[in-house]
Design a protein. Structure first.
Length: 559
């Protein structure tokens, strides 16, 4: 091992398969293949950062060239080959970083060098790290040698971006997907390192390090190194100190904040968030932890303490379990959607801190709405493609209500019921109402009533599916105004003194009026291009281009 280095990630880098943690299947498979003398032409190791790709590549190189064999791989007293490979100066084991040598010329030099056999070892080995960064030409130049290399030549590739490697290269390699190291295994590992370094850190602090590292051994060791160097040796690194060092906060604060949201205590919620913010916690870190807590509230019944990835202690786990009994799943799902939305908002606002405060206030008011579960739609087993929302007036409050909980949301029944609409006062309106018997009639009425915005939406953004008996079924594109359904329903009630049902459907429907006009124009232009007159014009003016066609009015033509 690199005993002289001060960096823990290098000092405790595994030197044999026995030292490697979290990759038992990979280690066993490779050992068996070497013992059986069935060594592939190339190995390909892929996975997230810091889980042992390059380390495993070096161990494989040592296993192939160790004078004692793979079963008796050097551990303390290294043979000449193992010592040179550990120090990255073996003449027959070449390590190359594809991030700095990406071109085809670099690969040609490599292939030229491969023509000569090993000097002191059994195999000549090329270890190429971040191999996905090679150029397309470099990969192509490597293909033939990779498929049929000399018996003494082996390739070992490592990458974090397996999808960027051509399939022709992947198919020529024996691929190993290295997994994230499990939390308990990683915790035991860094705890042993702490003891070897005579560090003073509590188990809760080490568990926080494991959580932040997300299964990466290198990240965990780097965080441990940083934590042990931050405090004096006579002081213990407890959870509170670790949270300050790494910019994390106590989960108990977040649970308390969550509980206050459901109690509607706005001032207390903002005070707790400001305390968290003053601890140096980034808004996005706060939101990610908030999402994690929502997950625990939703699924706490199916989780155990060991299954929460060291995120919660016993007291926090039980507290969440108690609070969750009084919260509907529909509310938690709605909160989740709101929280995901705020993540997008944080990328565009300049003051993220204020945006988080407004987000928390919105959640408080959202929780204050009665019958929130009635907002969430429940899937209908109906064969219909359309979804329906029926809006009705309430005596005390204006709010959406679903008549039947099994009914899907989607159909909108007109409700210009926020205010009482006066009945029609003259027969002219009755005549106009009787004329609304088709979609074209509706557009014409909008034009007569000077409802230009409605007319525009109907012509451009609406696709008609059916129109009959005061019931309209439509589909729409993403440009449709959000208030369109409400405005149209209100006007139809005003014009006809009847309530119209407007159904939103997944079916595409007919072309919009705008699309029909565009298609008609294209057909006219195509027909004119086939005419003798157009061809005659092109003979005299080859660069001419037909842009538009206008149909002449018959009356004007006769005049």
């Amino acid at each position: 091992m690199n005993k002289n280095t001060k960096v823990l990630a290098l000092k405790y880098r595994p030197q044999t398969f026995d030292d490697l943690i979290g990759q038992d299947v990979v280690a066993e498979t490779i050992s068996n293949s070497i013992n059986s003398n069935k060594v592939p032409n190339a190995y390909l190791f892929t996975g997230i950062r810091g889980i042992g790709k390059t380390t495993t590549a070096r161990i494989v190189a040592k296993s192939l060239n160790c004078t004692n064999g793979v079963d008796n791989l050097c551990k303390s007293e290294l043979c000449e080959n193992c010592a040179a490979i550990s120090n990255s100066n073996h003449i027959d084991v070449l390590e190359m970083d594809a991030a700095s040598k990406t071109g085809v010329d670099d690969i040609r030099d490599l292939i030229e060098f491969s023509r000569y056999g090993p000097t002191t070892a059994k195999y000549k080995i090329f270890i190429i790290d971040e191999v996905h960064m090679l150029s397309k030409q470099a990969f192509n130049a490597l293909l033939k040698t990779l498929e049929e290399p000399p018996e003494y030549l082996k390739f070992i590739f490592a990458t974090t971006e397996i999808k960027k490697i051509p399939i022709t290269v992947v198919s020529r390699c024996q691929r190993f997907d290295l997994s994230r190291v499990k939390s308990l295994e990683l915790f035991d590992f860094i705890k042993k390192i702490k003891e070897k370094e005579n560090g003073n850190a509590s188990d809760d602090a080490l568990k926080l390090i494991v959580k932040i590292s997300e299964g990466s051994v290198r990240d965990a060791l780097s965080l441990l190194d940083r934590a042990l160097l931050t405090l004096d040796k006579d002081k213990e690194l407890d959870l509170t100190a670790a949270q300050k060092i790494f910019g994390y906060f106590d989960k108990a604060q977040l649970i308390n904040l969550f509980h206050l949201i459901f109690e509607g205590k706005e001032t207390e919620v903002l005070n707790i968030y400001r305390e968290i913010y003053d601890q140096g916690v980034e808004p996005k870190v706060f939101i990610n932890d908030f999402l994690e807590l929502l997950y625990y509230f939703k699924n706490i019944e199916s989780l155990s303490i060991d299954g929460t990835n060291f995120s919660l202690n016993d007291a926090e786990f039980n507290q969440i379990k108690d609070i969750s009994q009084n919260i509907n799943n529909e509310t938690l799902i709605l909160f989740w959607q709101f929280t995901i939305k705020i993540l997008e908002e944080l990328d565009v606002v300049s003051n993220q801190h204020l945006s988080i405060e407004m987000f928390l206030i919105r959640l408080i008011h959202l929780k204050g709405i009665k019958n929130i579960s009635e907002i969430i739609s429940k899937n209908d087993d109906s064969k219909k493609d359309s979804k329906e929302i029926i809006l009705s007036k309430k005596k005390s409050e204006d709010f959406f209500e679903i008549k039947d909980k099994t009914q899907t949301i989607g159909q909108i029944k007109n409700i210009a019921q926020e205010k009482d609409l006066k009945p029609k006062e003259n027969k002219e309106q009755d005549v106009q109402a009787a004329l609304i018997n088709s979609f074209d009639d509706l557009i014409e009425i909008c034009s007569l009533k000077k409802e230009i915005k409605l007319k525009y939406e109907l012509e451009k953004n609406v696709n008609l599916i059916s129109f009959e008996n005061q019931r309209i079924e439509i589909s729409f594109n993403e440009d449709l105004d959000k208030e369109f359904i409400k405005d149209l329903s209100s006007k139809l009630y005003e014009w006809t003194d009847n309530r119209w049902i407007i159904t939103l459907s997944k079916i595409k429907g007919e072309l919009s009026k705008k699309e029909e006009q565009i298609n008609l124009k294209k057909k006219l232009i195509e027909n004119v291009k086939k005419s003798f007159i157009y061809k005659s014009v092109l003979e005299k003016f080859p660069d001419a281009e037909l842009v538009d066609v206008k149909v002449q009015d018959n009356k004007k033509k006769n005049d």
